[in-house]
Design a protein around this ligand. Structure first.
Ligand code: WTA
Length: 568
């Protein structure tokens, strides 16, 4: 393995983290706990730390917590307003009988109500179940059904994707927009406005806060259980990785249907009293640049596909906007390529700091820091207090330069605590003791920098979004024309990977453009648009393993054009 990675030297300056080596030696997560009010009061709830505390202890009631715009409307909420509305929404939930431990779905497009709802749910001690707004009926049913949600908060446009008859446990449907034609729903705003506030419900640090469904290589998405105590990891990574300071304006572009949009989209910055920018609506390069400029965004957390889409707008696009306040840019979700890093250096006068983590890890794990050199192609070094290594299939640490399983020594504050309804699945992550096995391949160089080398398990990463091949295969196989399907990620310049499907047709079926469109649509309307295969290829048979499962290794070789000896 070559070690001559291009190096971008560390920047001098007043960073929150100035000495990485010392931090690694000295950080104890227990000492971070002192920064929370529960450390002295014994009363714990993330909603208190993220919102109420800013109002009640830090005198920040009038400070902006949320800048929201979607092109049509432009609204700001102070911490006091978020506190008031979330207090009231929590009381509405309680009036409906929702109590500590109950699961409540959040199926909303990015909007102020989404953030207020999350905080309100946490205040009751209930457990939020985030649902990405692009999910279609099947994905929504699976997640609400598996979590046993008793309520869901949504908008009228998404109501038809919630199959109430198939979800007998789902008792309450809240809609946040006006909806005179839907008698069986509770109207969020009128209820909140007439409600009184009730005291917050204190919880245990190990009590669940949200259940996030993440796609795996086999079976349905897994409900990763995250707990209130994770806030310890949020705060310290917000300080040292995101380098957040009191006067920052922070924009994490991820949707709260995904882990990044929850942990860094609002919880982490709010715990630190930092305002967040939320941009609703669809991606548009010009709108995003305008958002950076209009709100004076100083710290920006996004993904390579988004950077590439802005890059494709050309140098002229950026020149139209004053991005003078932008001082720290971070990336996550997919490999940060040289072209993107060089673009940022040339056009934004600063590097981009890559961060690696997963829904399962709950917080940034391997990162680049302002006080360390960036090595091109490296995801960086383990966060202080995190024991990362590259191990073989028996758990032995491999020497520098050798590719193996990217593993983390089990036990850190934000680690998912369980897989809802499937503890066995959870234990699979930890079967090579003492490691959490990520499913990613990586190597480490002799200086301790890590290099991501792709997924080992067939999970597809398209534009930073995680797609489980099994779910797409199952959907395609529901179509009467398809005998068997095999789905794999195909490298793509813009999106990192695209979803590619190989299909074996049933006897007598004739392949046509219409059938191609129908199949794409089956996935699009059944699961989610981002999971729909961008390429479909008909083959004589899908390669299977001895156990009769799709042989992902052969699919990968096919898609990469390698010679497998296995005919298509
Ligand atoms: C991938 C997103 C390359 C990886 C926070 C991981 C990355 C999966 C990076 C988790 C990175 C995450 N470079 N690949 N910096 N960060 N990944 O659960 O394969 O949606 O396992 O969490 O994204 O995706 P998830």
């Amino acid at each position: 393995m070559a070690y001559d990675h291009k190096i971008y030297r560390a920047l001098p300056g007043e960073h929150n983290l100035t000495d990485y080596t010392e931090a690694c030696e000295e950080l104890r997560f227990e000492s971070v706990e002192r920064q929370f009010s529960w450390h002295s009061t014994g009363r714990l709830n993330i909603a208190y730390e993220a919102v109420d505390r800013n109002v009640m202890e830090k005198n920040m009631g009038d400070s902006i917590a949320l800048y929201f715009s979607d092109g049509a409307k432009d609204i700001r909420y102070t911490f006091a307003q978020i506190k008031d509305l979330s207090d009231k929404f929590a009381a509405v939930l309680r009036k409906c009988g929702i109590k500590k431990g109950d699961r409540v779905g959040v199926f909303l497009p990015r909007s102020p109500e989404l953030y207020i709802s999350f905080i309100g749910i946490f205040k009751t001690g209930a457990v939020a179940v985030p649902l990405f707004e692009a999910f279609m009926e099947e994905a929504v049913k699976d997640r609400l059904g598996d979590s046993g949600a008793v309520a869901v908060i949504t908008v009228t446009e998404l109501l038809e994707r919630i199959p109430r008859e198939a979800l007998p446990g789902l008792k309450h449907l809240f809609v946040v927009n006006e909806s005179p034609d839907h008698p069986n729903v509770i109207h969020w705003w009128p209820e909140v406005e007439k409600s009184d506030a009730l005291p917050i419900e204190w919880v245990d640090r190990e009590d669940p806060m949200f259940i996030l469904y993440a796609s795996g290589a086999d079976g349905r998405a897994k409900g990763l259980v995250h707990v209130h105590g994770a806030m310890v990891g949020y705060l310290i990574t917000g300080q040292w990785v995101h380098d957040l300071k009191k006067d920052d304006v922070y924009w994490c572009t991820a949707d709260p249907g995904w882990i990044t949009g929850i942990v860094y989209g609002f919880l982490t910055p709010w715990i630190m009293g930092v305002p967040v920018v939320v941009r609703g609506g669809r991606f548009n390069a010009g709108d995003w640049c305008a958002t950076l400029a209009d709100y004076g965004v100083s710290v920006w957390y996004s993904a390579p596909t988004a950077f590439r889409m802005i890059m494709s707008g050309g140098e002229e696009l950026l020149k139209k906007y004053d991005l003078g306040r932008l001082r720290h840019i971070l990336s996550v979700g997919e490999p940060l390529t040289e072209e993107v890093l060089e673009w940022s250096l040339a056009n934004l006068n600063q590097p981009i700091y890559d961060t690696w983590w997963m829904s399962e890890t709950g917080m940034n794990m391997i990162c680049n820091y302002r006080c360390l050199d960036i090595k091109l192609g490296s995801i960086g070094r383990p966060f202080p207090g995190i024991g990362a290594a590259v191990v073989d299939d028996q758990g032995s640490i491999l020497p520098p330069g050798q590719i193996g399983n990217l593993a983390i020594r089990a036990g850190w504050p934000a680690m998912a605590r369980d897989v809802w309804n499937d503890h066995e699945k959870y234990e699979e992550y930890f079967k090579i003791k003492p490691w959490f096995i990520s499913g990613d391949a990586a190597y480490m160089d002799k200086d301790g920098w890590f290099y991501f080398q792709g997924r080992l398990d067939g999970v597809i990463n398209t534009a930073g979004e995680r797609v489980g091949p099994f779910e797409v295969e199952a959907k395609l196989e529901e179509h009467p024309a398809v005998d068997r399907a095999g789905v794999v990620g195909k490298p793509d310049q813009l999106r990192g990977e695209i979803v590619k499907a190989y299909i074996a047709l049933r006897e007598g079926v004739i392949w046509s453009r219409e059938l191609h469109d129908q199949l794409r649509n089956t996935v699009k309307t059944g699961l989610a648009a981002h999971a729909a295969p961008r390429e479909i290829e008909v083959v004589a048979a899908i390669p299977l393993t001895r156990e009769g499962k799709v042989d992902r290794r052969v699919l990968k070789e096919w898609v990469l054009g390698l010679n497998t000896g296995q005919p298509k």
